[in-house]
Design a protein around this ligand. Structure first.
Ligand SMILES: C[S@@+](CC[C@H](N)C(=O)[O-])C[C@H]1O[C@@H](n2cnc3c(N)ncnc32)[C@H](O)[C@@H]1O
Length: 198
């Protein structure tokens, strides 16, 4: 359907992301997606992981758009998305085997990134996973010239946005009881970081 929300980037990255997710999600039953956007990831991954309940979410202002695609997909393991702003004091979302978020940490503010990781304390089961896709800096350096340009562009749109330091993000994850188990280099200068709650 032409009127559904669409992102070319999501279309391009869903297959490479799937290649990593398949190693981690096959035996998992429930997943919370944060910042579901157009719902393309939710639709594609719910279809490819039929044994996994894919609970997407987004800020209240994006829920209607996100649910257009989710309702259209009519998949038994893809319920309508719920409202979740990572800056809420209490996340009313329950607890999941895994949390997935793509292309959000460089959009939201540093304070929101801190709130995102603080929220992991309650929404991931013991032995659960956090999977985060997006661009990162390492040792304060961009991985590519293109990511340096992307950072400038992000900040011109919104000064609180920006490509995050891997080391800072990993420390926030550790403070939330998460241990890094994988850092995969992805196409288009992105990473897929996987943490486990041991
Ligand atoms: C660049 S989009 C990424 C969308 C989708 N995950 C993708 O990869 O195409 C960033 C998403 O973060 C969401 N977002 C922004 N602020 C947020 C917040 N405070 N809490 C939760 N999600 C937020 C936006 O609504 C949007 O869906």
């Amino acid at each position: 359907m032409d009127s559904l929300p669409f992102s070319q980037a999501s279309e391009n990255n869903k297959l490479p992301i799937h290649q990593v997710l398949v190693r981690h999600l096959v035996s998992r039953c429930s997943l919370l997606e944060i910042g579901g956007g157009t719902g393309q990831h939710a639709e594609f991954f719910a279809e490819h992981f039929p044994g996994l309940i894919w609970q997407s979410s987004d800020v209240p202002s994006n829920i209607e758009l996100l649910n257009l695609r989710i309702a259209h997909a009519r998949l038994p393991n893809l319920p309508l998305a719920i409202s979740l702003d990572v800056n809420e004091t209490h996340w009313h979302c329950g607890s999941f085997d895994a949390v997935f978020s793509a292309n959000c940490l460089h959009i939201i503010s540093e304070q929101s990134v801190e709130n995102f990781f603080a929220g992991m304390d309650k929404c991931i089961h013991k032995d659960g996973l956090l999977l985060v896709y997006g661009p990162f800096k390492y040792d304060g350096e961009f991985t590519t010239e293109s990511n340096a340009g992307f950072d400038v562009w992000l900040k011109s749109r919104n000064p609180v946005s920006g490509v995050r330091d891997f080391e800072w993000v990993n420390k926030l994850a550790q403070d939330s009881g998460l241990t890094l188990v994988e850092d995969s280099i992805m196409p288009a200068n992105n990473q897929l970081l996987v943490w486990s709650k041991l």
